[in-house]
Write a protein that binds this ligand. Structure first.
Ligand code: G
Ligand code: G
Ligand code: MN
Length: 526
C-alpha cells in the first residue's frame, strides 16, 4: 500500500535542502532589518553632524551681523579698516559689509561702492526687514563657489551682510561623503543646494537608495542623506557575514535533524516491511480467566517480533512506531494471517474468546470491516468468539462512522472491548459513542490494590460504572492473588495477568489449555 508519507528519494533531498534553507532565509530577513536599522543610525548621526556644522557657521554669521550693526551712520572711508579687521578675526567669511537699501555701501573685500547686493549674490533680496539668509551658487566675484549670504536690514534702509564661504561646508560634506559613500545635500532657505557624493542608481538592483531628511530647529535649512543601494547592500552583506557562521551552523543542524527524522521514518517502515517478509513476527497469547468458573475463557493476541539475530524488539516501541509511520494497518493484517495460521491447530470449545488489538487508524480505514469479515470467515469453522480491543493511544476521530462499523460487526457476532480503560483521554466519550461489550481496566488501576479491604476509589468507581452500563469487566495486569480476590469480590467477571498466565506461543498455549487452562483456579484458603 503506497502511502503519501513515504517519500521518494528526490523528495527526501528536497525536504533536507528546504530545512537547510529555513535558517538562511530567516537570517537574511533578520540581517536585512538589522542593516536598515544600522543605516538609519549612521544617517541620523551624519545628518546631525552636518546640521551642527551649518548651525555653527550660521551662529558665526549672526554674530558678525550683530557687530556690523554698530557701524550704522559711519562713512565707508572710516569703515574700511574696521571691516577688514573684523573679517580677518572671524574665519569662514568671504565678504562682510554694510548696505544702504539694497546697495552695498561698503565691503570688506571690495571697498567703496562695489554695487548692488542682489547682483553680488546673484539672488533677489527679500522685501521684509530683519534677518534673512540664503544659500547661493556663487558671488559675482567668485561665481564658481557656493556660499551662504546672511543679511540684516532695518526699516530705515540701513543694512549689513555677511557672506559665508561655502567651501568649508563643502569640504566637510565631501569628507563625509567619501568616507561613507553617501550623497549629502543641504539647502538654506530654499536656495542653492550644496551637493556632494553620487546617488549611484544601479539598474541591476531592485533596491531603492535609503534616504533621510532632517532639518535644523534653529535656522531655515534642511539636509538630505542618501545612501545608494550599493552601499545599503554592502552594509547588509557585512552584517550577514557576521552572522554567517551562526546561520551556517543552524542550517546544518536543521538538515541533520531532518535527515535523521527521515531516516528514522524510513528505517522503521522498511524494517517492519522486511520483518513481515522474513516472517519475523509471531503472536503471543495471554490467557484470560473467567472468575465464575476459574477456568480459561479465552486469550488476547499480542504481537511479538524476534529479529534474525535473535533479539526481541519491544512491542510497545514497534507498535507505536508502526502507528506513527502508517504501518499499523499492514501489520494488523499480517497479524490476522498469523492468527488464522495458529488457530488451525487449536482444539477449543465453541465460544472461546480470541481478542485482538486494533488501532484507531485501522478503524477509520474503509477496509477495516472487510478485513475483519474476511478474517472471521477464515476461522469460522473454529467457532471462536472474536473480540476487538480498541486502544486509546491514538484518538479515534470519525466517531460516528466508526460507531456504525462497530455496530455492524457486533451484529455479525463480533464483540468490542475498550482497552486500557482510564488511561486515555476519551474513555468516557467512547462509552457514549460506541456500543461495547467489555471494558478492560488498565493495570495502572489494579497495581495500587494493597489489601482486600483497602480503598481504591477510582477503581471502585470504574467497576460500579461498568455495572451500571451493563458492561463485562476485565481486570488487566493482575499479578497477585490478593488483587484477584479483590476484583472477584467486586464482581469483575474476567481477569488477565501474570498471576493467572503469562503470554505464550501458540504451541505453548495448546498444551497449557489442556492442563492449567482446563482446571479451575485454586485459591489459597487464607
Ligand atoms: O504484551 P505487550 O508488551 O505486547 O503489549 C504492548 C502494547 O502493544 C500493549 O498496549 C498492547 O495492547 C499492544 N499490542 C500488542 N500487540 C498488538 C497488536 O497486534 N496490535 C496493536 N494495535 N497493539 C498491540
Ligand atoms: O493490550 P494491552 O494494552 O492490554 O497489553 C497488555 C500488556 O500488558 C502486554 O504488554 C502484556 O505483556 C502486559 N501484561 C499482561 N499481564 C501483565 C501483568 O500481570 N503484569 C504486567 N506488568 N504486565 C502484564
Ligand atoms: Mn489489549
Amino acid at each position: 500500500m503506497p502511502s503519501s508519507l513515504f517519500l521518494q528519494r528526490h523528495q527526501r533531498w528536497l525536504l533536507i535542502l528546504g530545512a537547510g534553507l529555513v535558517p538562511i532565509i530567516l537570517g537574511m530577513l533578520f540581517t536585512a532589518v538589522e542593516a536598515r536599522h544600522s543605516l538609519r543610525n549612521q544617517q541620523t548621526v551624519t545628518a546631525n553632524a552636518l546640521i551642527t556644522q551649518t548651525e555653527t557657521l550660521s551662529d558665526s554669521a549672526m554674530h558678525i551681523t550683530r557687530t556690523l550693526r554698530d557701524f550704522k551712520g559711519q562713512t565707508c572711508l572710516s569703515l574700511e579698516r574696521p571691516l577688514q579687521r573684523l573679517a580677518s578675526r572671524y574665519p569662514y567669511f568671504r565678504a562682510i559689509g554694510v548696505l544702504d537699501g539694497s546697495h552695498v555701501s561698503c565691503s570688506s573685500a571690495y571697498g567703496h561702492d562695489p554695487g548692488e547686493l542682489n547682483v553680488m549674490i546673484q539672488h533677489a533680496l527679500p522685501q521684509s526687514t530683519g534677518n534673512w539668509g540664503i544659500s547661493i551658487a556663487g558671488t559675482s566675484a567668485v561665481p564658481e563657489r557656493p556660499a551662504i549670504a546672511f543679511v540684516w536690514m532695518n526699516p530705515e534702509d540701513f543694512g549689513v551682510y555677511a557672506i559665508v564661504e561655502g567651501q568649508y561646508l563643502l569640504d566637510f560634506m565631501r569628507a563625509v561623503s567619501e568616507a561613507r559613500h553617501y550623497q549629502l545635500k543641504i539647502s538654506f532657505n530654499g536656495g542653492y543646494t550644496f551637493v556632494t557624493g553620487q546617488a549611484q542608481r544601479t539598474a541591476l538592483l531592485p533596491i531603492d537608495p535609503v534616504i533621510w531628511h532632517a532639518a535644523s530647529s534653529r535656522y531655515p535649512f534642511d539636509v538630505t542623506v542618501l545612501t545608494p543601494a550599493s552601499e545599503a547592500l554592502r552594509t547588509w552583506r557585512d552584517i550577514f557575514l557576521i552572522f554567517l557562521p551562526m546561520i551556517a551552523i543552524l542550517s546544518l543542524l536543521f538538515m541533520v535533524i531532518t535527515a535523521n527524522w527521515i531516516k528514522r521514518r524510513v528505517t522503521w517502515r522498511d524494517r517492519i516491511k522486511k520483518a513481515m517478509q522474513r516472517d519475523e513476527f509471531s503472536v503471543a497469547y495471554q490467557p484470560v480467566c473467567q472468575v465464575s468458573s476459574g477456568c480459561c475463557s479465552g486469550v488476547e493476541a499480542l504481537m511479538r517480533w524476534q529479529r534474525r539475530d535473535g533479539e526481541w524488539e519491544r512491542p510497545d516501541i514497534f507498535i507505536a512506531a508502526a502507528e506513527e509511520e502508517n504501518m499499523i494497518i499492514p501489520l494488523t493484517r499480517h497479524l490476522l494471517t498469523l492468527l488464522a495460521r495458529d488457530v488451525e491447530s487449536w482444539q477449543v470449545t465453541p465460544g472461546f474468546h480470541l481478542a485482538l488489538n486494533v488501532a484507531a487508524e485501522h478503524l477509520q480505514h474503509p477496509d477495516f470491516v472487510p478485513d475483519i469479515e474476511q478474517f472471521a470467515r477464515e476461522i469460522a469453522h473454529k467457532q471462536l468468539q472474536i473480540t476487538l480491543e480498541l486502544t486509546e493511544r491514538s484518538l479515534i476521530k470519525e466517531g460516528d462512522a466508526v460507531a456504525k462499523k462497530l455496530a455492524w460487526l457486533r451484529q455479525c457476532g463480533i464483540k468490542v472491548a475498550i482497552d486500557d480503560f482510564g488511561t486515555g483521554n476519551c474513555s468516557l466519550s467512547y462509552l457514549q459513542t460506541f456500543e461495547l461489550d467489555y471494558l478492560k481496566i488498565d493495570r495502572g488501576f489494579i497495581n495500587p490494590i494493597e489489601s482486600i479491604d483497602g480503598e481504591t476509589p477510582v477503581l471502585d468507581a470504574i467497576i460500579s460504572l461498568s455495572h451500571k452500563l451493563a458492561l463485562n469487566i476485565l481486570g488487566e495486569g493482575v499479578e497477585t492473588e490478593m488483587q484477584y480476590r479483590y476484583l472477584s469480590q467486586r464482581g469483575v467477571a474476567f481477569v488477565q495477568g501474570w498471576y493467572y498466565a503469562r503470554p505464550m506461543t501458540s504451541d505453548a498455549l495448546r498444551s497449557w489449555l489442556m492442563t492449567e487452562g482446563a482446571t479451575p483456579l485454586e485459591l489459597n484458603a487464607s
